[in-house]
Design a binder for this molecule. Structure first.
Ligand SMILES: NC(=O)c1ccc[n+]([C@@H]2O[C@H](COP(=O)([O-])OP(=O)(O)OC[C@H]3O[C@@H](n4cnc5c(N)ncnc54)[C@H](OP(=O)(O)O)[C@@H]3O)[C@@H](O)[C@H]2O)c1
Length: 374
């Protein structure tokens, strides 16, 4: 595809900001000239993006993801949509694919290849509900297993609708993606991220989610917490490695006509670099807070030793803006996701693995946090 036009959401966020940065700084010749339109809120932030990255970035101001008509229209004017904003908004995600499907007929672009949707989602889509439902501590899903993950999610969503899973399914099952006439359709894959760690490289939100949230809890309360029996598990990936995967996907579209990208029901990709028990995240934050001298507090209001307390769902939900579903899957869920598709098909090789992960709690002590992105 010749110089496709990219539409990116989430450019002011942790994931999207890092993706934009990596697109702008990539030394790959096929990426260096690419134009990226970014959907953003706030004129000042739009100006800062242009001041930083120059005229390769074109901000488009919008109100929110409910503006689906605008989003559909904009998508129809682009060749690749990278949805790295909210993975929890099915209507806008679907509007992006719908818009892309119209590019085929409306656009005056000379690009002959089909348009692509690179969606962002999260591994809570495949989590069990160990407290309010059944626990599956030994379950591991593998992205190379054809349509198994997709079928599993479809069945889960029929009994237990979850917006992030619904958005992913809406993208991958859109008629333009599943059409028999593939040469006329849209390609779509979903990068289903596990726990993302490390400092972002964007201009605005640079803090991750899970580790900074646990760190904030630990520092405020003086102890860590455990929800469930301590076997809750999640994989992890560094935000820079994750962003590199998006760049690899874009390069595959431009350089190889997307021949290595899985699409539709086969299009769920797990970008993983390691695995951790949720209890160990709490332990890591406690260790870092004690090592940094933040705990125990000198006024004696906190435990003198490192303590991880068992909490109930209501207490855990104080870290997820009161959302008990997100608290349950987030802090107690089993979401072991084995990812080999990105490595084998795209040559993706995460460079921040166990050693980088081990540093993340201490880094979170020193860097910014956010109240709750959930
Ligand atoms: N962070 C993680 O650890 C993690 C893990 C797994 C999956 N994910 C997936 O990645 C997605 C992005 O995560 P993130 O950490 O990058 O989030 P983030 O830092 O909070 O960024 C969200 C981005 O989306 C925009 N946005 C959010 N809600 C919006 C709305 N209603 N209308 C318009 N813009 C809106 C934000 O714009 P403003 O700056 O204007 O608010 C921002 O640019 C998540 O939704 C999730 O599906 C994240």
């Amino acid at each position: 595809m010749d110089s496709p036009k990219i539409l990116l959401t989430g450019a002011t966020g942790y994931v999207g900001g890092t993706v934009l940065h990596r697109l702008m700084t990539s030394t790959a010749p096929s990426v260096q000239g690419l134009q990226v339109s970014v959907l953003v809120r706030g004129e000042e932030r739009a100006d800062k993006l242009v001041r930083t990255y120059g005229d390769r970035v074109s901000p488009i101001l919008f109100r929110d993801y409910d503006e689906t008509e605008l989003i559909e229209q904009l998508a129809s004017q682009h060749d690749i949509v990278i949805n790295a904003g909210s993975g929890f908004h099915p209507a806008s995600a679907e509007a992006m694919v719908r818009g892309l499907s119209q590019r085929q007929t409306n656009s005056s672009t000379t690009a002959s290849s089909k348009p692509w949707m690179l969606h962002t989602s999260g591994c809570s889509n495949v989590s069990d509900r160990p407290l309010t439902g059944q626990a599956f501590p030994d379950r591991e899903l593998h992205d190379a297993d054809g349509t198994t993950v997709y079928d599993f999610e479809k069945a889960e969503n029929e009994s237990d609708w979850y917006p992030q899973r619904a958005a992913e399914l809406a993208v991958l099952s859109h008629p333009s993606v599943t059409s028999e006439k593939q040469e006329q359709g849209v390609g779509a894959l979903s990068i289903q991220a596990p726990c993302i760690f490390g400092e972002g490289e964007g201009l605005f939100q640079r803090a991750g989610l899970m580790v900074p949230i646990m760190m904030r809890y630990v520092v405020e309360k003086g102890h860590g917490f455990q929800l469930g029996d301590g076997t809750g598990v999640i994989d992890y990936v560094h935000v820079a490695d994750l962003a590199d995967l998006y760049v690899r996907c874009v390069r595959d579209v431009v350089e190889h006509d997307a021949s290595n990208l899985p699409s539709g029901a086969r299009g769920i990709v797990f970008p993983t670099a390691g695995r951790v028990y949720m209890r160990d995240i709490a332990q890591g934050c406690l260790d870092a807070a004690f090592a940094a001298g933040m705990l125990p507090r000198v006024d004696g209001t906190t435990d003198m030793q490192k303590v991880i307390r068992q909490v109930d769902l209501q207490e855990a939900a104080t870290t997820t803006a009161g959302n008990v579903v997100v608290a349950e899957v987030g802090w107690a869920g089993h979401r072991a996701t084995k990812g080999t598709v990105a490595r084998e098909r795209l040559g993706w090789l995460p460079t921040h693995c166990a050693a980088a992960w081990a540093q993340t709690s201490s880094t979170s002590c020193a860097t910014s946090s956010r109240a709750s992105g959930w």
